[in-house]
Design a protein around this ligand. Structure first.
Ligand code: SF4
Length: 361
């Protein structure tokens, strides 16, 4: 962090209400905060000189007291399937990653909420980094701003999807519920019309199951919830996800049953199939039994094998057999093909400490 930015307030850390309080602390009427908000999220705005609806004197005050952060010159890697991984260098030198997943009808951006992660899931490369620190609100929001700006600069012919970010998922580095206050403020900025104006129904927070924080998430926002489940057998889940020792399967699923959700909304359970560990027919039947009564969908994920971790993905026939057992039990089940695996951008592959960074675009 530069000396100047240490002394000034980064306005991208503030929600609209936060901006109102901030300008009031500078002796200005609260509505000035609401006036600033849309400027902060317009592409290309980096200083206050362009905010011509603010008095000149106030703009001068803002110049000395505040600034607008942004991510510059990301490290870019493009996968053969069109996924793009963005590496953003933070002020303290740490690097975080976001992944853009283009599809014909949508552009999903997978973003990070922490540098590293404390949860140490045994199949996840981010988990091997350990926890470094929480991201600020601005560092979360700036991932979306930077990728939005990148898409705006691309010629129409080069775009696969709709040319803008349509969906955001918190499935990158970190456990979002361990950084909940900043994640909630970032969600508020993303969904605010004067902010990034994304539809709430297109935002998803994924958690490994920090049970006490689930209720707070559900009470404070109506974004989609995804649960990294991967097993409903406590012994297996303990070995895959240490969080299960504190919040075992029964406790987690009970919290899911009570999760405040509008009618027709469903929880997404993420289940990565690992050969010989959680991929048997017995596992599928047990999963169907334990999820009974929870409005949900199930995503079966191919495991992205890597040299650093000992797991393997089962073959296609076994994955389809697993899916069929769940369909027979009347669940909606998708098999998710791995995206961006050749640039280590797929689920569980984001980890900046142990790879060489490259700029390939
Ligand atoms: S799977 Fe998620 S919660 Fe688990 S270590 Fe990886 S980033 Fe953390």
């Amino acid at each position: 962090m530069t000396e100047i930015s240490q002394q000034r307030t980064d306005l991208r850390n503030l929600t609209e209400d936060g901006l109102v309080s901030y300008v009031q602390s500078l002796g200005q009427p609260g509505f000035r905060g609401r006036q600033i908000m849309p400027w902060l999220y317009r592409p290309g705005i980096e200083d206050f000189s362009v905010m011509t609806d603010l008095a000149k004197d106030f703009r001068k005050v803002l110049d000395t007291k505040a600034y607008i952060s942004s991510f510059k010159n990301p490290l870019l890697e493009k996968a053969s399937d069109g996924c793009i991984k963005f590496g953003f260098t933070l002020d303290d030198g740490n690097i975080i990653e976001s992944v853009l997943i283009p599809e014909p009808d949508r552009n999903t951006l997978c973003i990070s909420s922490q540098v590293g992660c404390a949860m140490a899931c045994s199949f996840c490369l981010t988990g091997t980094m350990g926890f470094v620190r929480n991201l600020t609100v601005a560092e979360i929001v700036n991932q979306v701003c930077a990728v939005r700006d990148y898409l705006l600069q691309q010629p129409h012919a080069a775009q696969t999807g709709p040319g803008r970010i349509t969906n955001v998922v918190f499935m990158g580095m970190g456990e979002p519920l361990n950084n909940l206050p900043n994640v909630l403020d970032a969600l508020s900025i993303m969904t605010e019309q004067k902010g990034l104006d994304l539809a709430v129904r297109r935002l998803t927070v994924s958690t490994c199951g920090i049970v006490p924080k689930l209720k707070e998430l559900g009470n404070k926002t109506s974004v989609n919830l995804a649960i990294s489940l991967h097993s409903v057998n406590n012994t297996t889940r303990n070995s895959l996800m240490p969080v299960n020792k504190k919040y075992p399967v029964e406790m987690l699923l009970e919290a899911c049953r009570k999760f405040p959700m509008p009618k027709r909304k469903r929880i997404m359970f993420e289940y990565t199939l690992l050969e010989g560990i959680n991929d048997s027919l017995e596992d599928a039947k047990m999963l169907a039994k334990k999820l009974k009564g929870i409005p949900c969908k199930i995503n079966l994920l191919h495991y992205n094998e890597c040299l650093a971790l000992p797991y393997k993905s089962p073959d296609k026939a076994k994955i389809i057999q697993f899916q069929q057992a769940l369909i027979n039990a009347h669940y909606t089940v998708f098999i998710r093909t791995s995206r961006g695996a050749d640039i280590s951008a797929a689920c569980g592959q984001l980890a900046t400490g142990n790879r060489q960074k490259k700029r390939t675009l």
